[in-house]
Write a protein that binds this ligand. Structure first.
Ligand SMILES: [Zn+2]
Length: 324
C-alpha cells in the first residue's frame, strides 16, 4: 500500500492508503488461478509494454440506499487494463485500489479534485508499474509490467468532481467540448459566430469542437493568473465561460503530472450516462408511449375497416381494447 497524505481544510493531515497496482496484480495472480490465467492470456496476447490502464471511480452506498444517514457512502476507485479486452466485461477483472468516504472527501482542502490529484501522484511517483515498470511473478514466471494511465471512466458527476469543471448545470456543461452550451442559458449565444455554438440537445457529433489537453491547461493557467488581477465578479464570468472552477489544489493545477494524466483521457461512462437513469431510458419510454398511441389508433382503424366490410365486430373490438 502507498500512504497518501491528504491535507484537510482545518489544517490536519489524513493518511489514505492506496493499493499499488503491480502488487495487487501479483497478489491476485498468486491467490486466484482464474486471475493468473487471465494475466497469462493477456500477457501472451499483448507482450508489448506499456499496457494502457483504465481508472474508474464512482460513489457507492453500502446497505440501504434510502437510509436517512448514509455516512458509509464512499468513493470507490478501480483499475483495469485495455489489454484485458473481453475480460473487462467481468467486474472481477477490475482491481479495487482505493476507497474514501464521501464525508472525508468533504473535509479535504480542495475536495475531490485534491483527492484525485493525490491518487494520481501516488500512481505516477510511487507505484513502480507506472513510469519505471516492475517485474511480477505470473504462473511462476517473471513478467515485466509497465503501464500508462490512458483512460479515465466517469459518470457526469464524477467528471465534474475530478476536473473541477462546472458540470451539467453550467453554461458550458460538457468538459470535452468547446462549443456546446446549455439549452436554457446558452440560447442567446447560439445564433452568433456562424452557428459555431450548439446546445446540449444537439445529436450531430460532427458539430462538436473538441477541447484539446493544451487548451484545457491554458484555460486553467489563465484562470489561475486572473486571480491576481481580476475582481471576484470578473473571475466568476471567466470561470463560467471556461466551464471550469478555480481549483488551486485540484488535478489540473498540478503541472508535474500533466504528461502522465491528461484531461482528454476522460470518457463519459456509457452505462451511467446512457443506460442507467440515462438518455436510453427516456428514449425507450417515449418510444413505448408513442407505440401505445399508434396501436390505439390502429385498433380504432381496424374496427372501422371491419365495419365497412359488413362484419361489424364493434363489440369485439371494444372488448379487445378494454381487455388490453
Ligand atoms: Zn461534449
Amino acid at each position: 500500500m502507498t500512504e497518501v497524505h491528504l491535507q484537510l481544510a482545518d489544517g490536519r493531515t489524513l493518511s489514505w492508503f492506496v493499493a499499488q497496482p503491480h502488487k495487487l496484480l501479483q497478489w491476485l495472480s498468486k491467490e486466484s488461478q482464474s486471475f493468473e490465467r487471465l494475466l497469462t492470456t493477456c500477457l501472451s496476447k499483448h507482450p508489448a509494454m506499456p499496457w494502457h490502464s483504465i481508472l474508474y471511480h464512482d460513489e457507492a452506498i453500502p446497505g440501504n440506499v434510502l437510509a436517512a444517514d448514509n455516512h458509509r457512502k464512499s468513493h470507490v476507485f478501480y483499475l483495469a487494463f485495455r489489454e484485458f479486452e473481453q475480460f473487462l466485461c467481468d467486474e472481477l477483472a477490475w482491481l479495487p485500489i482505493a476507497v474514501l468516504r464521501t464525508s472525508v472527501v468533504k473535509q479535504v482542502r480542495g475536495s475531490f479534485g485534491a483527492c484525485m490529484r493525490a491518487l494520481v501522484r501516488a500512481f505516477v511517483f510511487e507505484a513502480n508499474c507506472f513510469r519505471r515498470g516492475e517485474v511480477i511473478l505470473v504462473g511462476g514466471q517473471p513478467r515485466f509490467i509497465q503501464a500508462v494511465i490512458s483512460d479515465l471512466l466517469l459518470d457526469e458527476s464524477a467528471m465534474k468532481f475530478t476536473w473541477d469543471c462546472k458540470g451539467a448545470s453550467g453554461i458550458k456543461p460538457c468538459f470535452k467540448c468547446k462549443n456546446v452550451l446549455s439549452k436554457r442559458r446558452g440560447r442567446s449565444r447560439l445564433d452568433s459566430l456562424d452557428n459555431y455554438f450548439v446546445d446540449v440537445s444537439c445529436a450531430d457529433s460532427s458539430k462538436f469542437d473538441v477541447l484539446t489537453d493544451e487548451e484545457v491547461w491554458q484555460l486553467v493557467d489563465e484562470i489561475q493568473a486572473a486571480t491576481a488581477t481580476m475582481s471576484n465578479k470578473q473571475l466568476d464570468r471567466l470561470e463560467k465561460s471556461a466551464g471550469l472552477n478555480f481549483a488551486p489544489y485540484g488535478l489540473l493545477a498540478d503541472h508535474e503530472v500533466r504528461s502522465d494524466f491528461k484531461p482528454g483521457a476522460s470518457l463519459y461512462d456509457a452505462m451511467h450516462c446512457f443506460y442507467s437513469n440515462g438518455i436510453v431510458g427516456v428514449e425507450v419510454n417515449l418510444f413505448v408511449k408513442s407505440c401505445e398511441k399508434k396501436l390505439a389508433f390502429l385498433k380504432k382503424f381496424w374496427g372501422i375497416c371491419l365495419q365497412q366490410i359488413g362484419r361489424s365486430p364493434k363489440r369485439k373490438v371494444s372488448q379487445t381494447t378494454n381487455a388490453d
